[in-house]
Design a protein around this ligand. Structure first.
Ligand code: GLC
Length: 489
């Protein structure tokens, strides 16, 4: 009897491991799964780019009207706005060749405004701009402004952007289907106490690409891994059937893929876990942004929490005893995933701190190990899924060397995201192609200023051209007059 008990005791951890493994198995995806995802993504991207198919496509592949990357000659003072998460930033940026200096201030967007009306949102934004300009003695100036608005927009010009649908927890009434530049200008006019003209609206992915392209000419792809996820890339005009503007040089345009919506047509159902389904069901945009919900920071913590709760309920964690905090939706923050995975051989310092914050009283080192394992499975799947998207775009672009400009809190703060992506992209990439992942510094601010600067330069060039044409016309008509006067003589 004694012998049997002993054997059982030594088998127990393995047996427990197997039970844990059963619960987390759906997060392990095979190479074939990732290859299949790439094929499906390519199909989705092409559907979005097609004139006929775009209407029903879930991944919208919006042309951005950004057709020039900075060349380092951009100069001057610019205002930039950055709206895309819970914070709103106003920035003052000075560009002088490669030198960029900036002042910025963060303003909170309260939950009631995120879920209120469009008028409230844009009045709030205008008020923040006013406060910022006042503090920085800018009210007398007439500064060009670039707006990083990180939501899916159908653009009809560089400063004409119609919101197609809210994402990431925003739902302000009366904005979808409307031009956000118009809404911003109207709010500024309602106040009547400042001169600001928005020259360009960009997505944060475009900002990441622009800010990296400023120093690396190979940068042709922008990626965000933060509250949400999305990518943009340089596409050749003949592939963009939706493009109905002139086909003049340059023959490319940046495409904002809005890849977060990949899977909204069921394409990802074959890898969806019960945890993903639960997160989707309890979100404010059920059925939408399926790929984003498997990857980005707004959802990752919650996926981990659901798995931990299931393990606990099965008595495989914390001896079955959790806490009110652990049972509360949204209470396991994504930053915990990064913190827990940052513990290396130091007695699970961060993990224990997280358990303390969640008011979990009794835990063992084994609990710490399991929690760390769950975090790593969920974040690895996210990193590999994002890698499949990047590899798909790199293969599609087929350029020998591409730098990917990356920004976002998940990529920035997670200890292994970069390395996981490097490894997986390499594995999925067509032979002979090379790539780099470059951290973008303050893309949303700098990128918006750079695009506004380019727009400003192009506007000035246009004005000059028009003036020249007028003087040429005048000169011609004078010559004409003289010629006809002479012929009359
Ligand atoms: C969401 C938005 C997208 C943005 C991304 C990252 O997916 O729809 O526009 O780029 O989040 O912030």
């Amino acid at each position: 009897m004694h012998q049997v008990l002993k054997a059982l005791m030594t088998m127990l951890p393995d047996c427990e491991d197997m039970l844990v493994e059963n619960i987390v198995r759906p997060f392990h995806l095979s190479d074939d799964d990732y290859k299949k995802i790439m094929d499906l993504m390519l199909e989705s991207f092409n559907k979005g780019l097609g004139k006929e198919s775009n209407e029903t496509a879930r991944v919208k592949m919006f042309p951005t009207y950004v057709r020039a990357v900075p060349d380092g000659t951009e100069e001057g003072d610019f205002l930039a706005l950055d709206l895309g998460g819970t914070n709103f930033r106003v920035l003052l940026i000075n560009l002088k060749g490669q030198e960029v200096t900036m002042e910025s201030k963060i303003y909170l967007i309260p939950q009631h405004i995120m879920l209120g009306t469009g008028i409230q949102l844009f009045d709030h934004i205008a008020e923040c701009i006013f406060k910022f300009m006042k503090e920085n003695c800018l009210l007398e100036k007439n500064l060009p402004l670039g707006f990083t608005f990180s939501f899916p927009c159908k653009q009809k010009g560089l400063n004409k952007a119609f919101l197609s649908t809210w994402t990431k927890g925003f739902k302000c009434e009366g904005v979808e289907g409307n031009d956000i530049v118009k809404l911003l200008h109207e709010a500024i006019e309602r106040r009547g106490d400042m001169h600001v003209e928005c020259l360009a609206v960009i997505n944060d992915t475009v900002g990441a690409l622009m800010s990296c392209a400023h120093s690396d000419r190979n940068c042709a792809l922008g990626l965000i891994l933060g509250t949400g996820t999305n990518a943009c890339y340089i596409e050749e005009l003949p592939c963009v059937e939706l493009w109905d503007e002139d086909m003049e040089d340059p023959n490319f345009v940046l495409i904002n893929t809005e890849w977060g919506a990949f899977g909204d047509d069921g394409a990802l159902d074959f890898i969806k876990t019960d945890y993903d389904k639960h997160v989707d069901k309890h979100s404010i945009n059920t059925g939408r942004q399926i790929y984003e919900k498997m990857i980005s920071g707004m959802y990752m913590g919650e996926i981990v929490r659901l798995v931990l709760e299931k393990l606990r309920r099965h008595g495989l964690l914390f001896q079955g005893k959790g806490s009110e905090e652990l049972s509360t939706r949204g209470r396991f923050y994504t930053k915990y995933v990064s913190e827990i995975e940052s513990d290396v051989d130091d007695g699970f310092k961060n993990t224990k701190q997280v358990f303390d914050e969640l008011c979990i009283d009794h835990f063992t080192e084994e609990d710490c190990r399991i929690a760390q394992y769950v975090c790593s499975l969920v974040s690895t799947r996210a990193a590999y899924l994002a890698s499949a998207g990047i590899a798909c775009l790199l293969n599609k672009m087929n350029r020998p060397e591409v730098t990917v400009g990356v920004d976002g809190s998940l990529y920035r703060f997670h200890p292994h995201f970069h390395d996981l992506m490097m490894e997986k992209i390499q594995q999925l990439l067509n032979p002979g192609l090379k790539f780099k992942l470059m951290l973008s510094h303050d893309g949303s601010g700098k990128g918006a200023a750079l695009v506004a600067a380019v727009a400003n330069r192009l506007n000035a060039e246009k004005k000059l051209k028009a003036q020249k044409k007028q003087t040429d016309n005048c000169a011609n008509s004078e010559e004409c007059c003289q010629a006809s006067a002479q012929s009359q003589r």
